[in-house]
Design a binder for this molecule. Structure first.
Ligand SMILES: Nc1nc2c(CCNCC3CCCCC3)c3[nH]c(NCCc4ccccc4)nc3cc2c(=O)[nH]1
Ligand SMILES: [Zn+2]
Length: 373
């Protein structure tokens, strides 16, 4: 029997679930945070270090890799896992979201999106079929449907039209994906902040049938309150025996709130991107290490953290290497942030497993102070 893709829920606490996704390349403990490896690397991290932080899976991207070095070249070299020396699961986004936020001269039609590369201006096209082909060439374990995420502000009519297009593209993605044992295809729910549209989108995706379902169209500027408002009902519209993936989220408190509302997987550039700019996330809140108040501070970022940055260095040192723009600065803070995010996920998994999520969440908020700590 070809090794399959499967999801099992081990425990629940309210709407939250603790589970595991089984893939031929390894297991993914949920709720899971997926570090982002945009250009076939989690910036400033070796793959072994990403694993040491506790990550079971990381993200790749159709848009960036199709432009450079191209999916065909990566396929010729043995696929993305071999290419970037990460043999565990990889999820790739379908490219639609990045085209709309990064490419120039974009032309959106029923067929797909024509655009010019933000790297060298060359002309490209993405469609459900081409996106499936690229993700297959990359060899990703979890493939995302090619969708359209409407930019805000958008009227309800525009959101409805965009959602309908994404549902037609979801069917075309499903048809083009074919039958690939051990590989998964996830649908992406759209519908903005409108309950009826979200329900309609969930129904359409469930009828097509996917191995997992993402909640898309959020974390696009609507704010945490509106996002949680949607998450109060949207995950419940999706099959409860399949993983639910909230795309592009988020800050630690966004993650906690999403898990409470039934989300199993999340990805965000925040911990790595902000780490490179000197922004550390800790259990007691944020530390902007470039702030002069840290230049004589002998304490670690976080006394309770066991990451290399916190065990080997003072805030004074981290402040220094950021001011001096030394490469080690981004390495240490990225490692710390990814380590903190994975520790948060482990805490959430343990709390759900022991029916203590409410207490965990209360303690999470009680420890956090506003401002720079
Ligand atoms: N298909 C698709 N992708 C979406 C994404 C990209 C998720 N990350 C992919 C990852 C692949 C590798 C390259 C990087 C991206 C989203 N990201 C956000 N918010 C991010 C909000 C944010 C948060 C922190 C910093 C910047 C932006 N909303 C999203 C909605 C959608 C969506 O509906 N459809
Ligand atoms: Zn640390």
């Amino acid at each position: 029997m070809a090794q399959m893709f499967g999801f099992s829920v081990e425990a629940t606490d309210g709407s939250a679930r603790k589970g595991v996704i089984r893939t031929p390349r390894g297991e993914i403990r949920t709720p899971a945070f997926m570090p982002v490896g945009t250009a076939a690397t989690v910036k400033a991290m070796l793959p072994g270090s990403v694993r040491e932080t506790g990550a079971d899976i990381l993200l790749g991207n159709t848009y960036h890799l199709m432009l450079r070095p191209t999916a065909e070249r990566i396929a010729r070299l043995g696929g993305l896992h071999r290419f970037m020396n990460w043999e565990r699961p990889i999820l790739t986004d379908s490219g639609g979201f990045q085209v709309m936020s990064l490419a120039s001269l974009r032309k959106l039609t029923e067929e797909g999106v024509r655009f010019s590369s933000h790297i060298d201006g060359s002309k490209h096209m993405l469609s459900p079929e081409r996106s499936m082909e690229i993700q297959k060439l990359l060899g990703s374990d979890i493939v995302m449907c090619f969708d359209e995420c409407p930019a805000l502000p958008a009227t309800e009519a525009e959101v409805a039209r965009s959602m309908a297009l994404s549902m037609r593209w979801a069917q075309r993605s499903r048809d083009a994906f074919g039958d690939r044992p051990g590989h998964a295809l996830f649908g992406i729910m759209q519908g903005g902040v409108t309950r009826d549209l979200r329900e309609e989108s969930a129904k359409a995706l469930t009828e097509i049938g996917f191995d997992g379902y993402a909640v898309g169209g959020l974390a696009v500027g609507e704010g945490q309150e509106a996002m949680f408002g949607v998450l109060d009902y949207a995950p419940g519209f999706l099959p409860q025996d399949k993983p639910r993936y909230l795309m592009g989220v988020g800050k630690p408190d966004d993650i906690v709130g999403a898990v409470e509302r039934g989300i199993d997987m999340m990805d965000c550039v925040l911990p790595s991107r902000s780490g490179r700019t000197g922004q550390a996330w800790t259990r007691r809140g944020q530390v902007n290490i470039k702030n002069a108040r840290h230049q004589d501070d002998p304490r670690p970022l976080d006394e309770d953290c066991t990451c290399p940055a916190c065990r080997g260095y003072s805030r004074a040192y981290l402040h220094h290497v950021f001011k001096a723009q030394e490469m080690i600065s981004g390495m240490l803070l990225t490692w710390h942030n990814l380590h903190y995010y994975q520790e948060l996920m482990q805490g959430l998994r343990d709390a759900i497993g022991s029916g203590q999520l409410a207490a965990f969440v209360a303690n999470f908020h009680a420890q956090r102070q506003a401002g720079d700590i």
